[in-house]
Design a binder for this molecule. Structure first.
Ligand code: PLP
Length: 364
């Protein structure tokens, strides 16, 4: 089996080894110190000065997005969402579901976010901006500087879902005055699905004092208080805490720069080789190193995703909705190599050649 999925990814042996083991009881000093150590190392990777502002939740990324809305947004807030695909739309749905006021900047899937999209929303009384910095559904990596400057100029709270960009592209929370960073265990961290981590700025730490969410499990104040002793209010996904410890140790050993450059190398290699094969990679917007979308004019994307799975036990990400037949996505995070990419492209090529014979033309 070869996994080119954005998450859960092809895992590293260091993490797989941990997954097999039994986990000792967790309300202990030993577990507390592992939590604190994880928190300190993650804070440094996120670029968040204060590691006491991190919270560990046992929940998927979407729950972390919703918990952020419940804890960080006031009823009086006027929110703005960058909506360039599935995950931007999800912020809109969650805000609506939680009765918060919002407007959205709606982009076509292949439309790059620029200054001109933001201009009409300048000086219009907005108080919070939401973005999925890497919109995973299209692969677009938004311009963090553009968004950060817009937030500063307008005095906006800046909330970033960094789930699919963290540990794939460079990221720094403090440098860009980000107030909330959301990440999940199954993407850049290459661990099992089931944990999300939320980091707050000091400004957000003060802001949540006055917000009283009608939720018990998701109450940030409980998590922040418990984190001071290296614990969570309720039983965490103990195994994933151990996995995170293992992957952070590996990243430490490799070094963040080298970790990121390995992913960048895989992304560049795939894009070059795929183009040489005549595959079409959208080039009118900036791509994250985490994933590469491949475009099939003749509606064979979903067919290729299925054939790769059924005939070769290779997994790539399909797309949902109207793009299902047009686009598939290949992830570059996880324990894959350049020769794995060769293998994948060889199999895609085989499928396409067979298609060509049958008159389904897919190449440029
Ligand atoms: C994967 C992902 C999520 C989380 O989705 P869940 O299925 O709830 O874990 C959220 N935002 C982005 C940008 C993602 O890529």
């Amino acid at each position: 089996m070869k996994i080119f999925i954005i998450g859960p990814v092809q895992m590293y042996d260091e993490v797989l080894k941990v997954r097999k083991a039994d986990f000792p009881y967790f309300r202990t000093d030993l577990f507390s110190s592992m939590m604190k150590n994880n928190s300190q190392r993650l804070a440094s990777l996120i670029g968040c000065k204060n590691h006491n502002n991190l919270m560990f939740f046992t929940m998927s990324g979407t729950a972390a997005m919703e918990a952020t809305i419940q804890n960080c947004v006031k009823d009086s807030d006027k929110c703005l969402v960058i909506n360039g695909g599935t995950f931007g739309k999800r912020f809109c749905e969650l805000l609506k579901c939680n009765n918060k006021k919002y407007d959205s900047i709606d982009l076509n899937w292949n439309e790059q976010l620029t200054e001109k999209h933001l201009a009409p929303f300048d000086n219009k009384g907005y108080t919070v901006l939401f973005v999925n910095l890497h919109e995973t559904s299209s692969g677009q990596l938004y311009n963090i500087e553009l968004l950060s400057n817009f937030c500063k100029k307008n005095g906006l709270i800046f909330i970033v879902d960094a789930i699919s960009t963290f540990l794939a592209d460079k990221y720094n929370m403090d440098r860009y005055d980000i107030d909330v960073t959301i990440i999940s265990s199954q993407k850049g961290l290459c661990c099992s699905a089931g944990m999300s981590i939320i980091a707050l700025s000091n400004k957000m730490l003060h802001r949540i004092e006055d917000i009283h969410p009608t939720t018990q499990y998701f109450n940030f104040k409980d998590y922040l208080m418990n984190m001071q002793r290296g614990q969570t209010p309720y039983t965490p996904a103990v195994g994933i805490v151990h996995e995170i410890d293992a992957i952070l140790t590996l990243i430490d050993k490799i070094g963040l720069d080298k970790w990121l450059s390995k992913i960048e190398e895989k992304a560049k290699y795939f894009r070059k080789k795929a183009s040489e094969l005549g595959l079409v990679i959208p080039n009118n917007y900036t791509l994250s190193n985490a994933i590469t979308p491949v475009y099939f004019e003749n509606n064979t994307a979903n067919y290729i995703v299925q054939k790769l799975r059924e005939d070769f036990d290779i997994y790539v990400n399909p797309c949902g909705g109207i793009l299902a037949d047009k686009l598939l996505r290949v992830s570059h995070i996880g324990n894959t190599t350049l020769s794995d990419i060769d293998y994948l492209l060889e199999k895609i090529s085989l499928i396409l050649d067979k298609n060509n014979k049958e008159g389904k033309y897919d190449r440029k």
